[in-house]
Design a protein around this ligand. Structure first.
Ligand code: GLN
Ligand code: ZN
Length: 760
C-alpha cells in the first residue's frame, strides 16, 4: 500500500513563517524576502515527506494565511471592497485576512471562523455582485512547478468547489448556484493546466461532506462534480474528506467522476460500516485515513491493522493508499525538540513527522502475512504496554470518585428564582450591575516579567510581589471608576487553560509543539495525559488578596471543564466523558474553596463550549448533556447565596439556548456586542429568565465606545430583557486592549449604567 498525506503544517518547525510574516508586516523585510523564506520552507517540507517515506507528497498546502482564502482568491471570490487593491497576491491575501488601511482607503477583513471541530480558523469568503468569478491566479501551478523542479512530483491540493461554496457568504443577488456556473469551468481550467504541467493527481478537499446535508445539498454537490467531470480536466481527482463519516453521500460515490476518495476511518466509524456493507467503487482508489491526523498519540497498530484488514476484504492493496485522517496541519511538527519529556511519554506521542513514519510502518506491516510477529509490530505494542506504567496515567483515588459519579445527573438546589433573592440579600447590588469579564490588559511589562520569571532570572517572590502590585492597582481602578462587581485582572495567567493545566495533575506541557490557530497566531495546547487531580487550591490566594483591596465584591475566576478539555490535546486511552468528570471535580473543589474563603461570586468560563459541538445535529444531544452535567458538578455544591456566573465567547447561541439555560448559572455573560439584535431576536423566541450580560461593547475593536453608543445598545436589549435581568459588561476579557482603551471604555460603560438607572 502506498502512503500519502493530505496536508502538512506550514508555519515552520521553528515558527519561521510566523516570524518572517510578522517582520514583513512591520516592513522589516521585503516581499521578495518573505517569498524566498516561504519557498525554502516548502522545500524543507517536501524533503521531510520523502525522507519519512511518504510515496505521494502534497503541494499547495502551503499558505501565508489560510488555504480556503487562497482558493477564494484564486477563483475570484472577492468582495468589492478588495477589488480596488493592487492585484498582488500577497497584498490581497493579507488585506482580506487582516483588513486594509492605507492612503485614506479602508476595507474591513473577512470574518474568521473555526474550521470544523479543530482549533484552526479559516477566513470566510464573501461574494457580492461585483465579484468576477474565474481563474485569476496560479498559486497551485507555481507551487507544483516549484516542487517538480526541486525533484518532487506532488499532488496539488485545494479546497473543492462544494466546500468552497458552502462556506462562502453570498450577498445581493449572488448565490452558490449562480456562482457555480463560472466556478466549475475555472476549476476545470486550473486542473487542465496542472495536468499539462505534469501533475497526475489533484486533491480536492471536501470536508463539508461531513456536515448535515439535505436532499438539495446532495444534489448540488453531485451536480458540481458531474459538471467538472464533463469538462474532462485531464488529471485524476482525489476527493478528500475529513472530520467524520460521509455516510449520507456514500451510496452515490461510485457515480462521481473522481478517481480516488479519501475517507476518515478514525472519527468516521460510519465510513467503515458502509464500506463493509456496500463495498467500495471498483474503479477508484481508497485513501484510507487510519492514522489520527489531529491528536498527538501514537497509533496502536493492532487497531489500525484490524481496520486495514477489514478494508482489504473489499479492495486490493494496489487500490489502497494509507493516509492520516486529516491534514497534519493540526499537529506540531516533531517530537525532536521535546527533550524535556520523559522517555516513556515520548514513546507514546507522535507529532506530524512521527505520524508519517507510522504510515510507512503500517504499509510494511500490511504486506506481511503474519504482521503480529514483525519487530515493528512488537515494538509498537511494547510502547502501549509501557504506557500503562507511566506514573499518573491512572489514579485509583480519582477513579474511585468518578465511578460513584458515573451516570448521575447533578442539580443545584434550590432553583434559580429562589437563589436570586438570597443572592440579592447578600450582595445588595444596584439595578443594572456593572462588571467585566475577567482579564485586564496584559501589557508588554507583564509579559516581559513572566518571561524573566520562567527563565529563572526573576525570583518567585519578586514575580509574586509584582503581580500583587498590578492586581491591587487594577482593583483600585475599578473601585474608583464605580464598577459594582470587580475582578482581580488575571495578570498571573498567560492563558486561561494553560494556567489551570499547569496547576492540575494530569497535564504535560511541551517546549516547541506549536500549532497554527490562524494567520501567524500559534497555540501550544497542553496535553492531557493522565488522571486529573487538584493537588492544592489554585486561585484562592490571589482572590483573597484582591478581595482585601476593596469593600466591593470580587469575582473568583475559573475556567470550566469543557473549555479546558476542548483546548487541550485529549487522551485516547480514556473516554472524554471520564476526563470531563475528573476536570469538573477539580473545578468543583476550587469553587468550594473559594466559597469557604468568603467569595460570593464565582465565574466559571465556558468559552469553548460551543465550538466542539459535533458536526452532525444527531450527535449534539449527548455532547451537550455531558457538558451541562459537568458544569453542574462544578457548582451544585455551593450555597444558595453564592452567585455563579459563566461567560461564553459567542453570540450565535439560539440553537443551544436550552443547554445554556440548563447549565443553571445565575448570571451569564456572552459575546454579543456585535450582534445584539440577533440576540434580542433569539431571546424573544425563547424567554430567558436568568440574569444576563450580553456585552455592551466590542472588546476586539480598538475603538472606544461612547456613552451614547452604550445607552443605545442598552435600549435595544431592554426591548426584550426585563430590567431586573440585565447586567452591563464588555463582551469579553480586556487582555488584548491597551490600559487606556480598557479604562476609557469601562468609564463610558459605568456612566451609561448610571444614566440608565436614573431612567428606571
Ligand atoms: N475570563 C477570561 C478573560 O477575561 C475569559 C476569556 C474568554 O472568554 N476567552 O480573559
Ligand atoms: Zn469571551
Amino acid at each position: 500500500m502506498k502512503t500519502t498525506i493530505i496536508g502538512y503544517p506550514r508555519i515552520g518547525c521553528g515558527r519561521e513563517l510566523k516570524k518572517a510574516t510578522e517582520n514583513y508586516f512591520q516592513n522589516k523585510i521585503s516581499p521578495e524576502n518573505l517569498n524566498e523564506q516561504a519557498k525554502s520552507l516548502r522545500k524543507i517540507h517536501w524533503e521531510k515527506q520523502i525522507s519519512k517515506g511518504i510515496d505521494l507528497p502534497v503541494s499547495n498546502d502551503f499558505s501565508f494565511y489560510d488555504t480556503l482564502l487562497d482558493t477564494a482568491l484564486l477563483f475570484g471570490l472577492i468582495p468589492e471592497r478588495f477589488t480596488v487593491l493592487p492585484q498582488d497576491p500577497l497584498i490581497r491575501t493579507f488585506a482580506m485576512a487582516r483588513g486594509y488601511k492605507k492612503d485614506g482607503y479602508q476595507a474591513s477583513a473577512l470574518a474568521m471562523k473555526k474550521w470544523f471541530t479543530t482549533n484552526y480558523h479559516y477566513m470566510v469568503p464573501e461574494v457580492d455582485e461585483s465579484s468576477s468569478i474565474g481563474l485569476s491566479g496560479h498559486k497551485p501551478l507555481t507551487e507544483f512547478r516549484e516542487a517538480l523542479s526541486a525533484g518532487f512530483l506532488t499532488r496539488p491540493m485545494l479546497t473543492g468547489p462544494y466546500t468552497l461554496l458552502r462556506l462562502t457568504r453570498f450577498s445581493g443577488e449572488t448565490s452558490a448556484v449562480k456562482c457555480a456556473q463560472r466556478l466549475i469551468p475555472a476549476y476545470a481550467q486550473l486542473l487542465s493546466a496542472l495536468g499539462a504541467a505534469g501533475a497526475k493527481w489533484v486533491q480536492l478537499d471536501e470536508p463539508c461532506l461531513c456536515l448535515d446535508m439535505d436532499a438539495s445539498e446532495k444534489a448540488f454537490f453531485h451536480s458540481l462534480y458531474q459538471r467538472l467531470g464533463e469538462k474532462n480536466p485531464g488529471v485524476k481527482i482525489q476527493l478528500q474528506t475529513a472530520f467524520g463519516d460521509i455516510t449520507q453521500v456514500y451510496d452515490s460515490l461510485s457515480s462521481l467522476p473522481v478517481q480516488a476518495i479519501g475517507l476518515d476511518f478514525v472519527e468516521g466509524q460510519g465510513n467503515l460500516l458502509k464500506l463493509e456493507s456496500d463495498g467500495f467503487p471498483e474503479d477508484k482508489i481508497l485513501v484510507a485515513g487510519i492514522v489520527n491526523g489531529r491528536n498527538v498519540w501514537r497509533n496502536n497498530y493492532k487497531k489500525s491493522l484490524d481496520i486495514i484488514s477489514r478494508i482489504s476484504k473489499h479492495l486490493p492493496a494496489e487500490r489502497i493508499w494509507l493516509s492520516p485522517s486529516c491534514s497534519l496541519l493540526h499537529l506540531p511538527y516533531s517530537l525532536g525538540p521535546e527533550t524535556g519529556l520523559s522517555p516513556e511519554l515520548r514513546d507514546i506521542l507522535a507529532f506530524a513527522e512521527e505520524k508519517m513514519e507510522e504510515l510507512g510502518e503500517l504499509s510494511i506491516l500490511s504486506a506481511e502475512n503474519k504482521p503480529e510477529n514483525h519487530p515493528i509490530f512488537l515494538r509498537n505494542q511494547q510502547r502501549f504496554e509501557q504506557a500503562e506504567k507511566i506514573p499518573g496515567r491512572i489514579l485509583p483515588e480519582v477513579r474511585n470518585r468518578t465511578s460513584f459519579l458515573r451516570d448521575q445527573s447533578f442539580l443545584r438546589m434550590p432553583d434559580a428564582e429562589a437563589r436570586k433573592s438570597c443572592q440579592q440579600n447578600r450582595l445588595n447590588l444596584p439595578p443594572f450591575p456593572t462588571t467585566s469579564i475577567g482579564s485586564f490588559p496584559q501589557t508588554a511589562e507583564i509579559r516581559a516579567m513572566r518571561r524573566l520569571y520562567r527563565k529563572g532570572e526573576v525570583k518567585l517572590s519578586e514575580y509574586e510581589a509584582f503581580l500583587r502590585k498590578r492586581t491591587e492597582e487594577c482593583v483600585k481602578l475599578q473601585d474608583d471608576m464605580g464598577l459594582d462587581v470587580l475582578v482581580h485582572g488575571e495578570f498571573e495567567r498567560n492563558d486561561m487553560v494553560e494556567y489551570f493545566g499547569e496547576q492540575l495533575d494530569g497535564f504535560i506541557f511541551t517546549e516547541n509543539a506549536w500549532v497554527q490557530s490562524y494567520g501567524t497566531r500559534c497555540v501550544k495546547p497542553p496535553i492531557l495525559m493522565g488522571d486529573v487531580r487538584r493537588p492544592c487550591p489554585m486561585t484562592v490566594d490571589t482572590w483573597r488578596f484582591a478581595a482585601g483591596c476593596t469593600k466591593k465584591p470580587v469575582k473568583g475566576m475559573l475556567t470550566g471543564p469543557v473549555t479546558i478539555l476542548n483546548w487541550s490535546f485529549v487522551r485516547d486511552d480514556v473516554e472524554n466523558t471520564e476526563c470531563l468528570l475528573q476536570l469538573a471535580l477539580a473545578i468543583r473543589e476550587e469553587v468550594l474553596d473559594l466559597e469557604a474563603a468568603g467569595c460570593a461570586i464565582i465565574q466559571i468560563d465556558e468559552a469553548a463550549l460551543r465550538e466542539k459541538l459535533p458536526l452532525k445535529k444527531k450527535d449534539w444531544k449527548s455532547y451537550l448533556d455531558n457538558a451541562v452535567n459537568a458544569f453542574h458538578l462544578c457548582h451544585d455544591g455551593v450555597r444558595p447565596d453564592t452567585q455563579i456566573h459563566t461567560h461564553m465567547c459567542y453570540s450565535e447561541f439560539g440553537d443551544i439556548l436550552e443547554a445554556i439555560d440548563a447549565m443553571d448559572a445565575d448570571v451569564i455573560t456572552i459575546e454579543a456586542a456585535r450582534s445584539a439584535l440577533t440576540l434580542v431576536d433569539q431571546l424573544k423566541k425563547t424567554p430567558y429568565a436568568r440574569d444576563i450580560g450580553p456585552g455592551v461593547y466590542d472588546i476586539h475593536s480598538p475603538l472606544i465606545p461612547g456613552e451614547e453608543d452604550i445607552l443605545l445598545r442598552l435600549d435595544t436589549l431592554l426591548s426584550t430583557l426585563e430590567p431586573e435581568q440585565l447586567w452591563i459588561n464588555p463582551d469579553c476579557g480586556l487582555k488584548t486592549r491597551s490600559p487606556k482603551e480598557a479604562e476609557e471604555s469601562l468609564k463610558a460603560m459605568v456612566n451609561a449604567a448610571k444614566k440608565l438607572r436614573e431612567k428606571y
